[in-house]
Design a protein around this ligand. Structure first.
Ligand SMILES: Cc1cc2nc3c(=O)[nH]c(=O)nc-3n(C[C@H](O)[C@H](O)[C@H](O)COP(=O)(O)OP(=O)(O)OC[C@H]3O[C@@H](n4cnc5c(N)ncnc54)[C@H](O)[C@@H]3O)c2cc1C
Length: 233
């Protein structure tokens, strides 16, 4: 549906590198088209129809169309929902309702670059928020400092890492981002086994603050993303 793959992780120019890797491995990518219908025949799956009237035959469909918080029980109980309909929590995992705390995939988290609520449901956040909620329910006063949205994934032989804001998110959040992408190799040129790597850093033009980074390459991506995540904090 979007005009590039992995829109929540990558800007378009970095996503293109990943799209090339997929295509080199025989994956056909169709962008900017919405799946509108699952077609069937005699009770069997036949394929899908897209908004551009693309009729694609298939006997096997995997849907990966995003995620939503399971927050209806909280909403029905009068607990306030926030960003993306996740349960709105403060830094102490408190909801607007006394004695009800929330954490993990059902709850919002504060992005520490924008200082706004966001919804990036990952185990690393659920784990930290769950510990804090538990401590605070038991009378503690532990505060969550927020998340940068660091994540890593892999397609075929390419690792993909991200932290902080993409350039597109930087613009949406009122920054004046400037970006640079370097293409290099993962080890010294004379050392065998080096692989290509592309590193993008996004910086706010006015303050010089690092806003985020996206790295795509053959190895060593998570170590480099970790380092920039540390710089962000
Ligand atoms: C395929 C996949 C891969 C993932 N990979 C990663 C990864 O690599 N790294 C990462 O950080 N995160 C990853 N995640 C995300 C991670 O799994 C979640 O962020 C994390 O499990 C959230 O924890 P949670 O405790 O908030 O919710 P959950 O783990 O979803 O636990 C919620 C529990 O509540 C139960 N429940 C729901 N409704 C009710 C009800 N009405 N009554 C009683 N029980 C109920 C559910 O059955 C479930 O057991 C992945 C998720 C998926 C699906």
């Amino acid at each position: 549906m979007a005009d590039h793959i992995l829109p929540s992780l990558l800007d378009k120019n970095m996503a293109k590198i990943v799209e090339r890797e997929l295509e080199a491995n025989g994956v056909k990518i169709i962008l900017s088209e919405r799946v509108e219908e699952i077609l069937g025949r005699d009770g069997q799956i036949k394929g899908i129809m897209t908004s551009a009237k693309h009729d694609i035959d298939s006997d096997f469909i995997v849907l990966g169309t995003g995620f939503r918080p399971n927050s209806e029980i909280a909403r029905d109980a009068g607990v306030e929902l926030g960003y993306a309909n996740a349960i709105k929590v403060d830094e102490y995992m408190r909801t607007n309702t006394p004695d009800i705390f929330a954490a993990g995939d059902c709850a919002t988290a504060r992005n520490y670059i924008t200082n706004k609520d966001t919804y990036i449901p990952l185990g690393t956040t659920a784990n930290k928020q769950g510990r804090l909620a538990g401590e605070n329910v038991a009378g503690g006063n532990a505060k969550f400092r927020g998340i940068a949205g660091s994540a890593i994934t892999k397609v075929f032989d390419l690792f993909i890492g991200t932290t902080g804001l993409t350039c597109e998110e930087g613009i949406r959040n009122g920054f004046d981002p400037v970006e640079e992408v370097i293409e290099s190799i993962t080890r010294a040129g004379y050392y065998p086994g080096n692989k290509p790597i592309w590193i993008k850093i996004v910086v706010d033009r006015k303050s010089g603050r690092v806003l985020g980074s996206q790295i795509v390459g053959g190895e060593g991506v998570k170590e480099r993303i970790d380092l920039i995540a540390l710089a962000l904090t």
